[in-house]
Design a protein around this ligand. Structure first.
Ligand SMILES: Cc1ncc(C[n+]2csc(CCOP(=O)(O)OP(=O)(O)O)c2C)c(N)n1
Length: 280
């Protein structure tokens, strides 16, 4: 973190709780947006923005910053809620989410929102852009690192595998991909289901020449250890396969594709807030 000490694991938990509360309030207020995917990614995003990334919220275009691409751009409200906690913009602005003139669009827009490194939402593209940024940093002799979060449903896109092939060919050890492996995508498959969106992701990325680390994506210690381990690897990109739960933290949404992009009604919001306030 720039300008402040590592907040500690208990504080990270508290931040994650606030983030989940702000996500569901924003989606309820906007009457639109996604819930399941943002909720599965909360601990990963909090770890990135409160521990891992070399960033300065006061200077979001700082040349020497690490870059982050939310390739699963439909989870934008999760990213905005974390960035607001970190001070990129006021938390009150979250209530403008998805409004036509808001800086916080339904999918990230690098031309509108301070601190967004790539516009995303059309799945499959973020890893390719991350490779370009990581390669550029190496050619310029810069030590900044690039992080890209992809979804497991998104990993069905062919472009992800073209990117996976190229990243290891260029030995991009300054690139870290994070797979939010919540095992549920937009429609139809029950959880647990016979076929996840991508089976054996660790073996597949390993076969493409990546360093693979598999973790529980809701456990801060495992996440931070994985980031630290990735920094020590030379000559290969790293993928962190983060096993997560879609809708994590709301009992009636966990693991349910029906909550991929559903807006809670007033009663559902109230029940979710009771559960989230109690979460530790
Ligand atoms: C190219 C493209 N095809 C389809 C969509 C519509 N879409 C939005 S989210 C989604 C499911 C994504 O699943 P996953 O990557 O597992 O995301 P998560 O479960 O983390 O929300 C789809 C198909 C899209 N945004 N882009």
């Amino acid at each position: 973190m720039i300008g402040s000490a590592f907040p500690g694991n208990s504080d990270l938990t508290e931040i994650a709780r606030n983030v989940r509360i702000n996500i569901i309030r924003s989606v309820h207020h906007a009457k639109g947006g996604h819930l399941g995917g943002p909720f599965s990614a909360v601990e990963l995003l909090v770890s990135l923005y409160f521990h891992e990334l070399r960033i300065d919220p006061q200077n979001p275009s700082w040349e020497e910053r690490d870059r982050f691409i939310l390739s699963k751009g439909h989870s934008a409200i999760g990213l905005y809620a974390v960035m607001a906690e970190r001070g990129f913009f006021p938390k009150e602005e979250l209530m403008t989410f998805d409004a036509i003139d808001s800086r916080l669009q339904g999918h990230p827009d690098m031309t509108k929102t301070p601190g967004i490194d790539m516009s995303s939402g059309s799945l499959g593209q973020g890893l390719s852009a991350g490779i370009g940024i990581a390669l550029g940093a190496r050619m310029l002799g810069k030590d900044c690192r690039t992080y890209v979060m992809i979804g497991d449903g998104e990993a069905q896109e062919g472009q992800i595998w073209e990117a996976a092939f190229i990243a290891s060919r260029y030995k991009l050890d300054n690139l870290v991909a994070i797979l939010d492996n919540n095992k549920v995508q937009q429609f139809g498959w029950q959880y647990p289901m016979p076929l996840p969106p991508i089976d054996h992701p660790a073996q597949k990325f390993e076969a493409f020449g990546w360093n693979v680390i598999e973790i529980n994506g809701h456990d801060f210690k495992e996440i931070l250890d994985a980031f630290a381990a990735a920094k020590k690897v030379k000559g290969k990109p790293t993928i962190i396969i983060a096993n997560t739960i879609k809708g994590k933290g709301i009992s009636f949404a966990e693991g349910k594709y029906q909550w991929h992009a559903r807006v809670p009604n007033d009663e559902e919001l109230a029940q979710a807030l009771v559960e989230l306030e109690k979460a530790g």
